[in-house]
Design a protein around this ligand. Structure first.
Ligand code: NAD
Ligand code: IPM
Ligand code: MN
Length: 347
């Protein structure tokens, strides 16, 4: 029997609840489809930082490298550890070190979930560049605390980085409805984003079967709300993708439904699966976090591991659950109730 070794990083706040929920569903899927999942829980979090001064041990990345995949809840407890410390000590280094350059985030309404829009039939796949761009971390501050203080943070766009994410977007579009929206702000950012547009045009010649349109990010943000059915695959830089996918989450009913996969397409290192949302300090300890985003991310993990039938069964179980009104209204059902209903939807 195949056993997949999974690193579990619950992290902070509701990350702990939603990871436990997703793990229960993953174990159920494994039992039903004749494979096993072996989870190793790693307590890397703001809590660990408070005890040790580190978000993860020094050899954390090397420890993770040995796993088949990583399931992460959420990182951040801003009341006690600044986000600029916690995220740069755990989540962001993993995405970069493991070259998880494609962050995939699906946005569609699950059955029974009412979104804020009149539009109901949208199905958008956002592909967010995940290793460079505005998140490169190149910058610094001088004359700190004085009136002469300067802060600089430079976006870095490399030909290799832009080309690989656009190529990934074209391939996804080709496998779906054949439409790609490439997102920049090349009317205002005249170097990096013009460069991105140029590479989009160059690749368009290779993918003549894909209908590609370049949009400015402000217009695309409006389009996601006004005409989401007109979009198929959306490819954007790291920061634009971050913002657009919270819009995507909003139009699909909320952050409790937005799944995400940080993929290393070359499979040279493990990929990482996590919900789009954070640790939700405002509802942590209440037991009402919606686990669906993380369970859906778990289905994306099974798909990536090659367990396609199990992945689509998990999606069917989620859909059967929301279709009967469980997990569809914020705060009505507990994390436990939603998880139990999804498990019960397996044959
Ligand atoms: P958040 O996503 O944690 O919460 C935003 C709002 O959405 C809150 O009102 C919250 O209650 C609600 N929400 C989020 N997930 C939910 C769920 N599953 N069910 C029901 N409601 C849910 O964003 P924030 O408040 O800006 O960030 C809190 C912390 O999380 C910060 O430290 C932030 O940096 C971090 N964060 C981490 C990640 C990550 O680890 N991937 C992502 C986003 C934010
Ligand atoms: C996300 C989150 C992270 C990001 C934060 C927590 C650094 O918002 O995964 O969407 O911006 O990538
Ligand atoms: Mn985000």
């Amino acid at each position: 029997m195949t056993t997949y070794s999974i690193a579990l990083i619950p992290g902070d706040g509701i990350g702990r609840d939603v990871t436990a929920a997703a793990w229960t569903v993953l174990e159920t899927a494994a039992r039903n489809f004749g494979f096993a999942v072996a989870g190793t829980e790693l307590p890397w979090s703001c809590r660990l930082f408070k005890q040790t001064g580190c978000m993860m041990p020094e050899d954390g990345i090397e420890t993770l490298r040995g796993f088949d995949a990583i399931l992460l809840g959420a990182v951040g407890w801003p009341a006690e550890v600044p986000d600029s410390v916690s995220l740069h000590g755990l989540l962001l280094p993993i995405r970069k070190a493991f070259v998880q350059y494609a962050n995939i985030r699906p946005h569609r309404l699950l059955p029974g979930v009412t979104g804020p829009l009149r539009a109901e039939n949208f199905d958008i796949l956002c592909i967010r560049e995940n290793t460079e761009g505005e998140y490169s971390g190149a910058g610094g501050r001088v004359h700190q605390g004085t009136l002469d203080e300067v802060a600089v943070e430079t976006s870095i766009f490399t030909r290799a980085g832009v080309e690989r994410i656009l190529r990934f977007g074209f391939e996804q579009a080709r496998a779906r409805r054949g439409k790609l929206a490439s997102v920049t702000k090349s009317n205002a950012q005249k170097y990096s984003m013009v460069f991105w547009d140029e590479i989009t045009r160059k690749l368009a010649a290779e993918y003549s079967d894909v209908e590609v349109t370049s949009y400015h990010v402000d217009a695309l943000a409006a389009r996601m709300i006004m005409a989401p059915e007109s979009l198929d695959v959306v490819v954007a830089s790291n920061l634009f993708g971050d913002i657009l996918t919270d819009i995507g989450a909003a139009i699909q009913g909320g952050l409790g439904y937005a799944a995400s996969a940080n993929i290393n397409p070359d499979r040279s290192a493990p990929s990482m699966f996590e919900p789009v949302h954070g640790s939700a300090p405002d509802i942590a300890h209440l037991g009402i976090a919606n686990p669906i985003a993380t369970i859906w991310s778990g289905a994306m993990m099974l798909d990536h591991l090659g367990e396609k039938a199990a992945a689509s069964r998990v999606m069917k179980a989620i859909e059967a659950t929301t279709a009967r009104g469980v997990g569809t209204t914020a705060g009505k059902d507990t994390t436990e109730t939603i998880t139990a209903a999804i498990v019960a939807a397996f044959p």
